[in-house]
Design a protein around this ligand. Structure first.
Ligand code: IMP
Length: 180
């Protein structure tokens, strides 16, 4: 992909290279392999955006585990908590399990606030979060992110699974928006 990428009406510039992403993904996988050995975790991949990150990460996870997929849509109500609808839902019994949610990016965190509430009703033993990207200024530490590749400024990014209006997911590098 070029250094500068035009998607519809927006321009993007290369921001995080795939080599740097892969180095972080390997670090996270090593930590997960150590921390969660023997727990047979259930990884829940949040579609659509996390598909590339999850694929790279899970190929490096070498402990016994299961993998499931959900598709979430979040609606922010008049109060500050997200109401999350599962478009593709979870059809497994997770009672007593170690759950690891794999997200592409945590922005406000409201999608995960809602999804964590949905999961907690199902009585898992623990719910951990893996995210490729985090925007700390928007997130404001609402809950722990257990495994994270990169904290980034509050700017719109695409690539490595993330889209702008449906476009841009198919890049191995991450791009950020060029304002103006
Ligand atoms: P949150 O509920 O505000 O944390 O938003 C999470 C979801 O919004 C992510 O899973 C993405 O699908 C989307 N999102 C947030 N920030 C970006 C971005 O910079 N680029 C593309 N999608 C984003």
């Amino acid at each position: 992909m070029p250094d500068n990428w035009k998607l519809k009406d927006k321009s993007f510039t290369k921001f995080i290279l795939n080599d740097d992403i892969q180095a972080k993904v390997s670090e996270l996988a090593d930590r997960i392999n150590t921390d969660l050995a023997g727990k047979k975790p259930l990884f829940i991949v949040v579609l659509n955006g996390a598909f590339i990150f999850a694929s790279d990460l899970l190929k490096k996870v070498n402990i016994d585990c299961e993998i499931a997929f959900v598709k979430l849509s979040s609606y922010v109500g008049t109060n500050s908590s997200g109401v999350v609808q599962q478009i593709i839902g979870l059809d497994l019994n997770i009672k007593g399990r170690t759950i690891v949610i794999i997200e592409d990016i945590v922005d406000s965190g409201l999608t995960l606030v809602g999804f964590r509430e949905t999961l907690s009703v199902m009585e898992p033993a623990e719910v951990l979060i893996v995210a490729c990207l985090l925007k700390p200024d928007a997130f404001k530490n609402k809950f722990p992110i257990n495994y994270l590749c990169f904290s980034i400024p509050n700017e719109f990014v695409v690539g490595y699974g993330l889209d702008y209006d449906g476009l841009g997911r198919n890049s191995s590098d991450i791009y950020k928006i060029v304002e103006g």
